[in-house]
Design a protein. Structure first.
Length: 257
């Protein structure tokens, strides 16, 4: 994302008179819960600043167009037990052990791979955190597994929440954060020139991005930026310098007079 910001800053400095009217938007809190998202705050308080024919999210895409995005949802799935002294564990029910059933559900889960407007998305339902325990000598009576669901844009938030509750039927499920996905929108006339400039074969965006925010505003939006998205949040995450320069040159040619 930093390389995408660098490209945008270079374009803003170099293109004194771009062919289209361009607005550059930089904001905070894109990677945390939806309510803290800087673009959401801007859309609520100054939506006039976001009016346009097309938005380009400079997410890492490996230098190709990625259409739409997945929705994202976090849920807390709770296993209940009965508290007891660990020296007399048979008097209680260990909630951490009960939570093994939640993990079994996740291990056996088969994610969908639906085709949406010509692009294949890959859903995912995964544990991203486990919390439980009272003290070193106490059998815990509660264990919470935090689950992240990435759902394809043919599914709305309500349907996604219903699916999570169905998958974990028999457990307490609380949805703690949610943001909708966005369909690809590659057939919108405003996207044609950028698609032609970038070339290659577009693919689905695996992950949530603020194209969804623009979709809610009624604006088409695409993902395009330097960096391999498959390396995101991994120990060897990096961006080839040549890809940053290529991205800048492509966007400069597209925006230039």
């Amino acid at each position: 994302m930093k390389s995408g910001v660098a490209v945008a800053l270079r374009l803003a400095a170099r293109l004194a008179a771009p062919r289209p009217d361009v607005t550059y938007v930089f904001y905070d809190c894109e990677e945390v819960e939806a309510e803290r998202n800087g673009l959401l705050r801007l859309s609520r308080h100054r939506p006039d600043l976001l009016h346009g024919d097309l938005a380009v999210l400079m997410e890492p895409t490996g230098g190709v167009i990625e259409g739409g995005c997945q929705g994202t949802m976090r849920a807390e799935v709770t296993a209940r037990g009965k508290r007891a002294h660990s020296a007399r564990s048979w008097m209680g029910l260990n909630a951490v052990h009960v939570a093994g059933g939640i993990l079994d559900v996740l291990r056996s889960y088969q994610p969908r791979q639906p085709v949406v407007d010509g692009l294949t998305y890959h859903e995912g339902l995964n544990a991203v955190g486990v919390s439980g325990g009272v003290a070193g000598n106490v059998i815990p009576d509660e264990c919470v597994v935090t689950v992240n669901y990435r759902f394809a844009p043919d599914r709305g938030e309500a349907e996604a929440a219903a699916h999570v509750r169905e998958v974990f039927s028999g457990y307490q499920v609380e949805i703690t954060d949610s943001a909708p996905g966005a369909r690809p929108g590659l057939d919108h006339p405003a996207a044609a020139a950028l698609l032609a400039a970038v070339g290659g074969v577009p693919r689905a965006k695996f992950g949530w991005t603020d194209v969804a925010r623009f979709a809610l505003l009624g604006m088409p939006a695409l993902n395009y930026g330097p960096g391999d998205p498959m390396l995101a949040h991994s120990p060897d995450e990096h961006v080839p310098v040549a890809q940053i320069a290529e991205c800048e040159a492509t966007l400069e040619a597209w925006l230039g007079p």
